[in-house]
Design a protein around this ligand. Structure first.
Ligand code: CAA
Length: 257
């Protein structure tokens, strides 16, 4: 696995790949180079057989990601704006959303704008107690451009999503937990431990079934969701992992996936 990056740090800890955005002085804002590196690191981790899950986090104790890098914006027109959104979505945000391995956002501080959208694209979100989450784009004369209007609405419902997007206000970790925006809130010192524990629990299950479940859950947001679930469910009956899982249960032993 390539670990030679400038804007991110990639570590493998047993079967977990930890990708940390490393622009602490700029509160880990996502510039073009960072998105590019994230793209390559995530694709590599998804291909690497020994990796069963990914944790995304930010370096430092202040920010997960404070958004897209606003310093790149002044020269942008509508065409550049569209390109930014399309490229970001196809290279990073959609790749995470549709990844066949679980990806957890370990939110260690500010998750704003594109930073919250990055966490929203992940499959599970664990927040540190100091986390502050929000979509302040309207205060810049924009709206979220990396899928935030869609993924936030799907996660917390139209009412909460519209309040967060229209006010641009930040909410704290406990409020985020109360509306289902994050799955857990833990002390900052336990953020990676909790995220790793979740991944290790998931890793005990059949990787094929985990991938299929992600695809089926994602399809719930399309009209074909039930059909996708049915096909994914049926296909799994033809796999070795299914046989191992069922035999292990019947033989009263743990499955070996
Ligand atoms: N882009 C570029 N630089 C950023 C940044 C961002 N999103 N967020 C913070 N920074 C930089 C600051 O400019 C500052 O740099 P300098 O030291 O060189 O001046 C450094 O990070 C530290 O930030 P602050 O001094 O502002 O730190 P603070 O503690 O006073 O405030 C903050 C923290 C409230 C998070 C504030 O930095 C802030 O409001 N940041 C912008 C948040 C934002 O609007 N995000 C949305 C971006 S738009 C977007 O994401 C569009 C999209 O959907 C695609």
């Amino acid at each position: 696995m390539n670990t030679d990056y400038h804007n991110i740090i990639v570590n493998q800890d047993t079967s977990t790949c930890i990708i940390s955005i490393n622009r602490e002085k700029k509160l880990n804002a996502l510039n073009r180079d960072t998105l590019d590196e994230l793209h390559h690191a995530i694709i590599d981790a998804l291909k690497e057989e020994s990796i069963r899950g990914i944790i995304l986090t930010g370096v430092g104790e202040k920010a997960f990601v404070a958004g897209a890098d606003i310093a790149e914006f002044p020269a942008f027109d509508s065409i550049a704006g569209k390109e930014l959104s399309l490229e970001g979505q196809s290279k990073v945000f959609d790749v995470i959303h549709q990844a066949g391995k679980p990806i957890i956002a370990a939110i260690n501080g500010f998750a704003l704008g594109g930073g919250l959208e990055l966490a929203l694209a992940c499959h599970v979100r664990v927040a540190a107690q100091n986390a502050q989450l929000g979509l302040p784009e309207v205060s810049l004369g924009l709206i979220p451009g990396y899928g935030g209007t869609q993924r936030l609405t799907q996660l917390v419902g139209r009412g909460h999503a519209l309040e967060i997007i229209l006010t641009g206000d930040r909410i704290d970790a406990e409020k985020a937990l109360s509306i289902g925006l994050v799955n857990y809130v833990v002390p900052l010192s336990e953020l990676l431990i909790k995220s790793k524990n979740l991944l290790s629990k998931i890793s005990k299950n059949s990787p094929r079934a985990v991938s299929a479940a992600i695809r089926a859950v994602n399809a719930s947001q399309t009209t074909e969701g039930y059909e996708v679930e049915m096909n994914e469910f049926a296909n799994l009956f033809g796999t070795e992992e299914f046989k191992e899982g069922v035999h292990a249960f019947l033989e009263k032993r743990k499955p070996n996936f």
